[in-house]
Design a protein around this ligand. Sequence first.
Ligand SMILES: CC(C)(COP(=O)(O)OP(=O)(O)OC[C@H]1O[C@@H](n2cnc3c(N)ncnc32)[C@H](O)[C@@H]1OP(=O)(O)O)[C@@H](O)C(=O)NCCC(=O)NCCS
Length: 171
Amino acid sequence: MIRQCGAGDLGTLFSLINEAAHVYRGAIPADRWSEPYMPGEELHHEIDNGVMFWGFEEQGELLGVMGIQHVQDVTLIRHAYVRPHRQQKGIGSELLGFLMKQTDRPVLIGTWAAACWAIRFYEKHGFCMVSEEEKDRLLKKYWSIPERQVETSVVLADQKWFALRAKEEGS
Ligand SMILES: CC(C)(COP(=O)(O)OP(=O)(O)OC[C@H]1O[C@@H](n2cnc3c(N)ncnc32)[C@H](O)[C@@H]1OP(=O)(O)O)[C@@H](O)C(=O)NCCC(=O)NCCS
């Protein structure tokens, strides 16, 4: 079952995200790693800034979460995490498919350049990486992240975003 996460899920969100984010340790630049990866205050801040979390639940247990945030004229998919022992079993795909149906806007996703598994996951769902120049522009326009994170991230966009961009460039 996929359901929206509420205030009562905050503790579980915190532990699930930080458990799944352990895969970043040693993969992303060392200066971007912290323990916990996402402190509670940051999680609260993200929710206050409009990130709505949806969770994949089985027998009362949240096994995966994914956030959606509408910013200006686009939708961002944020903070996708599946419990390590349940990864690569289709939960992330279920959540992404569900969230893609919640928006008519072009969709963008930012992730670490080093997270090749996550890039592969999104590419499998039809997202494509934008150019380096475009990435810098988009991260500054739609995200609130430090400059160092911009340098070490990539942005993937869906086909709707690429079609609109091509139209803009042609006009
Ligand atoms: C990325 C993530 C959300 C995907 O969810 P998932 O339930 O594991 O993914 P699914 O089972 O739906 O899809 C599997 C596909 O994702 C990719 N993938 C996911 N985890 C992978 C891994 N560890 N290694 C390689 N590919 C991986 C592959 O493309 C895989 O398909 P394939 O096996 O046919 O190549 C999940 O693996 C996760 O939480 N990873 C750790 C945290 C993370 O990187 N989050 C992304 C933040 S933007």
